[in-house]
Design a protein around this ligand. Structure first.
Ligand code: SF4
Length: 366
């Protein structure tokens, strides 16, 4: 696809658009783009405008910042108030509201919170600050978790004893299992995240077809990738079949990245974890294995958090499950905006609410 001329891309886009129209006919079809990167790419490319009215795209739980629950933020914020602790984090986490504060507010008030581009930077910070405890906020899906695991392995090898992680890693397939297992769910097909799939491969998704009879396509992120993936889903639905297809095979090997997965599972094991607005899902997170527990912040550094409170009126849980469009949240664009987010979905650039706020003009705005 990278070698195509503009004319070839236009011809391919025309073909997919016409076929989506033809194959969907009058049938009402609801597809979920699981991943926040797809949500933004769909908006930027104007893909909704190319689809017939009866083919609907809804966003799923694939934005790691969005699905991180208040309790995690409250714990990170409580740690940040300890003058013996340095928090290291990706910038996205700063504005995510906890129950009554944010990391940005605590940083402004003097907490030592440092923004990273790679978790490996935490190790340098730990070495330069031997009298402090450095806690890395390990948030992300299968895409970023292997790098967090590699950082822990490097810390162990280097004998660094003042580096910890506060883990909120999440796994995509168990969330999809929970989503498809809910009563009244109405998703006819899934656009699966290309970058997560590049790590885990196709096998972890086989249950989508085997148990839930749901068409699924691993999709790339170029506009034509997404359009082709929608076409593949609609084609399956039209044919009355459910298959797992890999549109992004130029990047995603069917077996995934075995080295990265081995690194990940050397350090972590599957564990139950909470998803914002969705609840605890069995085996949907990662916890440090016993032999690496010395790097686990909560096992080693006591912390007391206030009682976690949810944000009144915020519908992030419903948005993340594809049950509600952001514009249906009564706070959208009123008390909740990217400048003053009420819920996590309005914070990250990949957050569904933030994407709708930034790009959402068109027929769906009524
Ligand atoms: Fe939550 Fe704001 Fe989205 Fe409403 S618009 S669901 S308050 S993030």
């Amino acid at each position: 696809m990278l070698m195509m001329t503009n004319e070839q891309i236009k011809q391919a886009a025309d073909f997919f658009t016409k076929e989506i129209n033809r194959l969907s006919g009058q049938q009402s079809i609801r597809l979920m783009e699981v991943c926040g990167t797809h949500t933004v790419a769909i908006f930027k490319a104007g893909i909704r405008q190319l689809l017939p009215q009866n083919v609907e795209l809804v966003s799923g739980p694939g934005c790691p910042v969005c699905v991180t629950p208040n309790e995690y933020l409250d714990t990170a914020i409580a740690y940040s108030k300890n003058p013996e602790i340095i928090i290291t984090t990706f910038g996205d986490m700063l504005k995510v509201p906890g129950s009554s504060s944010t990391l940005a507010a605590e940083k402004a008030a003097g907490a030592d919170i440092r923004i990273l581009y790679s978790p490996l930077e935490s190790l340098d910070i730990a070495k330069k600050n031997p009298n402090k405890k450095v806690i890395f906020l390990a948030v992300g899906f299968e895409t970023t978790a292997p790098l967090a695991a590699a950082t822990i392995l490097m810390a162990k090898e280097a004998g660094i004893t003042n580096f910890y992680v506060l883990s909120a890693h999440k796994l995509v397939p168990p969330a999809l299992r929970a989503l498809l297992g809910t009563e009244n769910r109405h998703v006819d097909g899934l656009l699966l995240p290309g970058h997560v799939s590049a790590m885990i491969g196709l096998k972890p998704y086989e249950f989508l077809v085997d148990q839930f009879n749901t068409p699924a396509v691993v999709a790339g992120f170029e506009p034509l990738d997404i359009l082709q993936s929608i076409y593949l889903l609609v084609r399956q639905i039209h044919a009355g079949v459910a298959k797992l297809e890999n549109q992004y095979s130029r990047i995603v090997p069917d077996a995934g990245n075995e080295v990265a997965c081995q690194t990940l599972y050397k350090v972590y094991e599957d564990a139950d974890t909470a998803w914002r607005g969705i609840g605890h899902l069995a085996g949907s997170g990662l916890a440090l294995r016993e032999e690496y527990r010395a790097f686990d912040a909560q096992s080693n550094i006591p912390v007391v958090i206030e009682k976690t409170k949810e944000h009144a009126g915020c519908q992030c849980g419903q948005v993340l499950q594809g049950n509600l469009l952001p514009t249906a949240c009564p706070l959208f664009g009123k008390t909740c905006s990217p400048e003053h987010p009420v819920g996590s979905c309005m914070v990250s650039v990949e957050g569904t609410c933030a994407a709708w706020y930034k790009y959402g003009s068109g027929r769906w705005q009524g």
